[in-house]
Design a protein around this ligand. Structure first.
Ligand SMILES: *[C@@H]1O[C@H](CO)[C@@H](O)[C@H](O)[C@H]1NC(C)=O
Ligand SMILES: *[C@@H]1O[C@H](CO)[C@@H](O)[C@H](O)[C@H]1NC(C)=O
Ligand SMILES: *[C@@H]1O[C@H](CO)[C@@H](O)[C@H](O)[C@H]1NC(C)=O
Ligand SMILES: *[C@@H]1O[C@H](CO)[C@@H](O)[C@H](O)[C@H]1NC(C)=O
Ligand SMILES: *[C@@H]1O[C@H](CO)[C@@H](O)[C@H](O)[C@H]1NC(C)=O
Ligand SMILES: *[C@@H]1O[C@H](CO)[C@@H](O)[C@H](O)[C@H]1NC(C)=O
Ligand SMILES: CC(=O)N[C@H]1CO[C@H](CO)[C@@H](O)[C@@H]1O
Length: 556
C-alpha cells in the first residue's frame, strides 16, 4: 500500500514536472480515447521554422488516426509544405502575393534587420518605421489574412469540415480571427519563450519587474537598484506604449473583424486571450526560472527525435578532417539574403581563424572571397551537423529554436542578435557563460574573429554548454516534444481548456495591475488623513481661546 502510494506520489510529481495529464489512466476514458478528431493547422502566413515545428505534432496526431488539414497560402513555396503531403490534407487559399513577392518581402526584411539595432530597446519603433509598405512582412501577413477571410470558397470548405480545433502560430494575429470565423476553439504555438511584453498580455503570465527583465534591456534576473528602476519603467513603457506598436499593433486585424463581421465587439487582443492553451518553446535549463500558468506548456523542440538526415559527402569530409575543430555559421531561415559587402566582412573574419568554418546560407554570393578554411553550403541538416564531434561552436542570430538546438548538442554560442527575443536570449547566453554576444552594426572582421577565438579556446564556455545540455536532457520527461504537443492537443479536444485557463485573462490592464485598487486606497488614505487633520485643527481652534495665537505671537 505504502509503495503503491509512493508510486502514485512519484507519478503525480512526474506529471507535475512534465505538466502532462495522465490521459489514459482512468477507467471509462476508452470511449474518449477511441474518438477521432479533426484538426486544422495554420502557420503558413509566417512560414519557415514557424510552420515546420508546429506541423510536427500534426504528424503524431495523424499516426493516431486523427485528421489534420494544413491551410497554406498560394504564396508559400511548395517545398515547405509538400514534405508533409503523405500525412496531411491541404487547403490552399489564393494570396494577393505571388511566391516571388513573398521572397522579395523576406529579402528586404533580411536587408533591414541585418543592419542591426532592431534588437535594441527602441528597435520595435525602428522596425515599424523601416519595415512598412509593400515590402513589410507584417503588411503581408495582414493582407494574406484578409485574402483568406475574404475567400468565401475556401472559408465555406473549411466550415464544412467541422473541425474540432485550430492549431495556429501566435506571431501573426490571423489565427484567433480564423477560429472565430469558423466558430472553433484554438491553441497557440509560439517559437519563442515567454517574451514579457507580448506573452504577458496574451497568456496572462505574471511578469514581476523585480526579477523578470523587460525585453531588450540587457538585464538579467538579478538586477541592481538602478537597473530595477529602469526595468520598472521599461515594463510599463513596453506594456502600455510599445505594446500597441510593431507586431502587437492589431488595428488592421480589428478592421478585418468588422469587415467580415467576426465578433467585431471583441478586440483582436481579447480574441488572443481566448486561446485554450499556449505552447511556448524552451527549457528552464537555459531560461531564467519564473512562474508559468497551467495553460502555458513548455515544449523543447530538441533535435533528438528528428535527425534522420544524412550529410553530403563533401560536407562530411570537411567535418571529418578538421583536427582543430569547426565553427558552424547560420543566420536561420528568416535571413534569406545578405549584401555582398556584409558577407565579405564575415568571410574575412572567418579567414583569420585557425579553425574550419562551415557556413550555411541560402543566399547567392557571386564574387565572395572565402578563406581556404571556409566552406559555404546552401542547405545543411543543421541539427545533424551540430552533433558532429568536430563541430565546436555555433555562430548564429540567437533565435530560440537554433540556440536550443545548439545547446542540446552542448555547443557554445557566438550570437549576433537581429530582432525580437534574440537580444534577450543572448543576454542569457552571456549570463550563463555559454558564449558571447556581438553587435552586428559595429562589428569588424577582427572583433568577430576575436570573439569566436575566445569562445573556441576558453574551455569554460564549452563546459558550461555541456552542463546546460545535460540539464536540458534530464528535464525532458517525455520521449519526444512532438508527443507532448499531440497529447495536450488531444486533452483539449476531449475536455476543453476552461480548467486550465487563468481568470487573469478576463481582467484588463488596470484591473490586472491593481491600479484601480491602489488608486482607491491612496484616495481613501488621503481622505482619512484630510478628515483627521481637519478635525484636529477644528478641535484645536475650539479649545484654544480666541485670539490666543495673535496675542501669543505679539508677546514673542
Ligand atoms: C505547387 O502547388 C500548387 C497547389 O497544389 C500547384 O498548383 C502548383 O503547380 C505547384 N507548383 C509546383 C512548382 O510544384
Ligand atoms: C484561385 O485563383 C485561381 C485563378 O485565379 C482560380 O482558378 C481558383 O478557383 C481560385 N481558388 C480559390 C479557392 O478561390
Ligand atoms: C508582386 O510582384 C508583382 C511583379 O513584380 C508586382 O507587380 C506586384 O505589385 C507584387 N505584389 C505585391 C503585393 O507586392
Ligand atoms: C531605418 O530608419 C531609420 C530612422 O527612421 C533611418 O535612418 C534608416 O536609414 C532606415 N533604414 C532603412 C534601411 O531604411
Ligand atoms: C528516415 O529516412 C529514410 C530514408 O530517407 C526514410 O525511409 C525513413 O522513413 C525516415 N524515417 C523517419 C522516421 O522519418
Ligand atoms: C590557407 O591560407 C593560409 C593563410 O591565408 C595559409 O597560411 C595556408 O597555407 C593556406 N592553406 C592551404 C592548405 O592552402
Ligand atoms: C527597399 C528595398 O530594399 N527594396 C528591394 C526589395 O527587394 C527587391 C528584390 O530583392 C529589390 O529589387 C528592391 O530594391
Amino acid at each position: 500500500m505504502a509503495s503503491r502510494l509512493s508510486t502514485v506520489l512519484m507519478f503525480a510529481l512526474v506529471a507535475q514536472l512534465s505538466v502532462l495529464p495522465a490521459l489514459t489512466s482512468s477507467k471509462g476514458s476508452n470511449a474518449l480515447d477511441s474518438k477521432k478528431y479533426k484538426f486544422l493547422y495554420f502557420a503558413s502566413i509566417l512560414g519557415g521554422s514557424h510552420y515546420v515545428v508546429m506541423c510536427r505534432s500534426g504528424r503524431a496526431l495523424v499516426q493516431q488516426g486523427h485528421r489534420v488539414v494544413s491551410l497554406v497560402g498560394s504564396s508559400n513555396s511548395n517545398r515547405s509544405w509538400q514534405r508533409d503531403a503523405d500525412v496531411f490534407s491541404f487547403v490552399v487559399f489564393n494570396s494577393t502575393y505571388t511566391k516571388q513577392n513573398r521572397t522579395d518581402v523576406m529579402d528586404n526584411v533580411s536587408k533591414v534587420i541585418l543592419q542591426g539595432h532592431h534588437s535594441d530597446f527602441f528597435g520595435p519603433f525602428l522596425n515599424s518605421a523601416n519595415l512598412s509598405g509593400r515590402l513589410s512582412a507584417m503588411d503581408m501577413w495582414l493582407q494574406e489574412c484578409d485574402d483568406l477571410l475574404g475567400d468565401s470558397i475556401t472559408m465555406e470548405r473549411l466550415r464544412k469540415e467541422k473541425f474540432d480545433m485550430l492549431v495556429t502560430d501566435d506571431t501573426a494575429a490571423c489565427g484567433p480571427l480564423l477560429a472565430q470565423a469558423l466558430d472553433i476553439p484554438f491553441v497557440h504555438n509560439s517559437v519563442f519563450f515567454a517574451i514579457p511584453s507580448k506573452h504577458g498580455h496574451w497568456t496572462g503570465l505574471p511578469i514581476e519587474p523585480s526579477y523578470i527583465p523587460a525585453r531588450s534591456t540587457g538585464f538579467t534576473n538579478k538586477m541592481t537598484f538602478p537597473q530595477r528602476v529602469k526595468n520598472v519603467l521599461a515594463h510599463y513603457f513596453y506594456g502600455v506604449v510599445l505594446f500597441r506598436l510593431g507586431m502587437c499593433n492589431f488595428d488592421g486585424y480589428d478592421k478585418l473583424k468588422v469587415k467580415y463581421n467576426i465578433k467585431p465587439e471583441m478586440s483582436t487582443l481579447e480574441s488572443y486571450k481566448q486561446a485554450l492553451l499556449y505552447f511556448l518553446h524552451g527549457s528552464f535549463a537555459f531560461e531564467f526560472a519564473r512562474p508559468m500558468q497551467p495553460n502555458t506548456i513548455l515544449v523543447l523542440h530538441h533535435p533528438g527525435v528528428h535527425s534522420n538526415q544524412t550529410l553530403e559527402d563533401d560536407v562530411a569530409q570537411f567535418l571529418d578532417t578538421a583536427p582543430s575543430g569547426v565553427v558552424m555559421f547560420s543566420m536561420g531561415s528568416f535571413v534569406t539574403m545578405m549584401e555582398l559587402e556584409q558577407a565579405q566582412m564575415f568571410a574575412d573574419a572567418f579567414a583569420m581563424l585557425p579553425h574550419r568554418v562551415l557556413w550555411q546560407s541560402g543566399a547567392d554570393f557571386a564574387g565572395l572571397r572565402l578563406g581556404n578554411n571556409t566552406m559555404v553550403a546552401k542547405w545543411l541538416p543543421l541539427t545533424h551537423v551540430m552533433e558532429h564531434p568536430n563541430v565546436r561552436l555555433y555562430v548564429c542570430q540567437g533565435a530560440g529554436l537554433a540556440l536550443n538546438e545548439a545547446l542540446w548538442a552542448g555547443l557554445p554560442i557566438v550570437g549576433l542578435p537581429l530582432m525580437e527575443d534574440q537580444m534577450d536570449n543572448l543576454v542569457r547566453v552571456e549570463a550563463k557563460g555559454v558564449g558571447l554576444k556581438v553587435d552586428i552594426a559595429t562589428m569588424t572582421p577582427r572583433t568577430l574573429s576575436q570573439s569566436i577565438g575566445r569562445v573556441m579556446t576558453d574551455p569554460k564556455f564549452s563546459e558550461n554548454a555541456r552542463r546546460i545540455s545535460d540539464i536540458m536532457r534530464d528535464l525532458e520527461t517525455s520521449a519526444s516534444p512532438v508527443d507532448t504537443m499531440a497529447r495536450w492537443i488531444l486533452h483539449l479536444a476531449r475536455f476543453g481548456g476552461d480548467h486550465l485557463r487563468p481568470a487573469v485573462q478576463d481582467l484588463n490592464f488596470v484591473q490586472r495591475n491593481l491600479l484601480d485598487v491602489y488608486l482607491f486606497l491612496v484616495v481613501a488614505l488621503a481622505l482619512v488623513t484630510w478628515i483627521n487633520v481637519t478635525v484636529f485643527c477644528f478641535c484645536l481652534r475650539c479649545m484654544c481661546p480666541k485670539g490666543w495665537n495673535k496675542n501669543h505671537l505679539k508677546k514673542e
